[in-house]
Design a protein around this ligand. Sequence first.
Ligand code: ADP
Length: 389
Amino acid sequence: MRDETGQIVKWFGTCTNIEDQKRIEEALRQSQEHVSILMNSNIIGIFVDEGEQIVEANDTFLRMTGYTREDLCEGRINWRHMTPPEYLALTLQANQALDAQHVVTPYEKEYVCKDGSRLPALVGAVLLQHHPRQAIGFVLDNSARKELEQRKDDFINMASHELRNPLTALKMQTQLVRKRLEKQSQHEAATALARMEGPIKQLERLIAELLDVSKIQAGRLEYVRERVDLDELLREVTATIHHLHPSHTILVRGSVHTSLIGDRDRLGQVFTNLLSNAIKYSPDAQTVEMDLSASDEVVTIRVRDHGLGIPRELRDKIFERFYRVTDPKRKAIPGLGMGLYIVAEIIKHHGGTITVESEVGKGSTFTVTLPRKREAWAWKGRHARRQRL
Ligand code: ADP
């Protein structure tokens, strides 16, 4: 309070404890520092988008994609334009997940960089706000992993070719010598040699599967287009499998009474594989069953076993490349995890579906459906020489 001359005559002081406020400020400062360390790190690309436009980005994201800060400030970075057409559906699906769950778990995609080159990336995102819709995205450069994957695929492709040639020579030579020995009535030696043919066939099948896997990866698996009498094909397949695995009886119920357009050998491969697996993974059972039926639209083939079964959470995984269920009971059962991957690919190509129902310790049922009418599905991909219709 001042007197009439302006002199201060009284004053009041107040004192507030701002310890809490200071602590909050310090925590905020620290968290901003952490965010800025992350933003400025050279490791991860970070951007904020609003609608389709990227409105903020760190230097790493700009460096990865070849855009400049000027491009960013002038609104020239748009994630839709940066998404190649084949990744658009996946990206839109990720955005839906973002809306629904407020977070997108990391998924693989590619970005088109400013110079038109492609950046393989691992992308995750978190929703910041709904209106206007803003999200923060995290981008890891995935090129090194993709390159390694490519090198692995190239190796598998090369290895399967390199292995196939000497094996073919070995097979022919063995057959030749066996026949010669038989002619010379050296039956004991001929029988010993004949025993080599089983393992050679097994090797041949494994190498063929490796080659198929590598062709699928490269989108170069060839298909023949021909009329296939399914009942006849299935009879042949079951007879061959029974001959190879006399331990089990194959009970066939019903018939499909129809033929369809497809690749006979590849379809044979599907059912050979499913029946072999059914036998292989039911070592204590004596029978496997195959149920056949047809409606106007589709034929349905069910392969059922009474074996080990598949845990629920792994039922999708078993169709992935090189995936094998690893539990002690299966340890001694040989395999490389290629069969079902190839099976699923062949069925997909024929416009069909494959599903599995299973109970651990009780058995599994694989259900294949194939469309009856050729018009019902588009025949895509590469076609081989034969076109018998
Ligand atoms: P592989 O049999 O060579 O391992 P597959 O791709 O044919 O490869 O099968 C993948 C995995 O699925 C197998 O490792 C096996 O654990 C499981 N599986 C396939 N068929 C059956 C079946 N009928 N019963 C139980 N498990 C199966």
